[in-house]
Design a protein around this ligand. Structure first.
Ligand code: B12
Length: 215
């Protein structure tokens, strides 16, 4: 449709320009452009590029943080419009997401949340240092399909197991899928604690979430 606008959206993420991204998102709403199209053909192209450059050592953490913030700002403008259009009905699933108790690392978790919501999931981001019982309460309250647990410290990884056990005790484990992530989290750890999936990055997290939802 509007190739120039989509390109500018991608560029705003690559440049980490929060205000520009926000303005372009508003422009899309004013022009009646499908918000999911704006996300997928515009902003996500930028965030994918930044992710690849980061992996290759061509871009650095501050670039990733700014890109994540710009992406978040754009999605925040587009989300109400998505809801207004009833796009929410086509949501792939509800994900409760957070960084486990004792851990304040938020950048990777937030990127995962942004990518999940950009890909059609409804994300309830509980933030960082989230107590185990808060995960359980939120899962019950919103009737979530998936819970995503981030942990960046070897000392806080154990909390992921604790949340799984608490979901089990609350009688919720059979109807919720659990995915885990964070730099120290491996596939064998995920297996050991009985998680349903794990991913090393935000793009992979979307693929895992889709697999868990059977789409
Ligand atoms: C930035 C940073 C901080 C910042 C965090 C700022 C913020 N607002 O988030 C600050 C300065 C606050 C910080 C504090 C500390 N940090 Co720190 N920190 C880092 C650093 C450099 C980068 C983390 C990051 O943001 N990476 C970029 C993002 C994009 O990657 P990511 O988080 O891994 O997320 C990706 C994947 O893991 C995955 N993912 C993440 N979450 C999830 C969730 C799900 C469900 C899924 C599927 C996938 C997924 O997808 C993400 C996107 O691609 C790491 C080093 C590193 N390379 O990891 C150390 C690191 C994690 N920190 C470390 C330490 C020790 C600390 C402190 C204890 C330091 C101190 N003595 O105070 C404190 C702990 C505070 C606390 N209680 O949490 C150690 C941990 C060592 C260990 N093995 O336990 C590391 C590894 C540094 C090191 N090499 O020693 N830290």
């Amino acid at each position: 449709m509007d190739k120039g606008l989509f390109q500018a959206m991608a560029q705003s993420i690559m440049d980490g320009e929060v205000e520009v991204a926000e303005r372009l998102a508003r422009q899309a709403v004013e022009q009646g452009i499908d918000p999911l199209e704006a996300i997928n053909q515009g902003f996500v192209v930028g965030v994918n590029y930044v992710g690849e450059q980061f992996a290759q050592g061509e871009m650095f953490l501050p670039d990733l943080v700014l890109a994540g913030e710009a992406m978040k700002a754009a999605v925040a403008v587009l989300e109400p419009e998505m809801a207004r259009r009833g796009a929410e009905r086509q949501m792939l699933g509800k994900v409760v997401l957070g960084t486990v108790a004792g851990d304040i690392h938020e950048i990777g978790k937030t990127l995962v949340g942004t990518m999940l919501s950009a890909s059609g999931f409804q994300v309830y981001d509980l933030g960082v240092d989230v107590p185990t019982e808060t995960f359980v309460e939120k899962v019950r309250q919103v009737n979530a399909d998936i819970v995503g647990l981030s942990a960046l410290l070897t000392t806080t990884m154990a909390r992921q197991r604790e949340v799984i056990e608490a979901l089990d005790e609350a009688g919720l484990r059979s109807r919720i899928k659990v995915m885990v992530g964070g730099a120290p989290v491996t596939a064998s750890w995920a297996d050991e604690i009985g998680a349903d999936g794990h991913s090393e990055d935000a793009i992979g997290a979307v693929a895992v979430a889709k697999r868990l939802m059977g789409v």
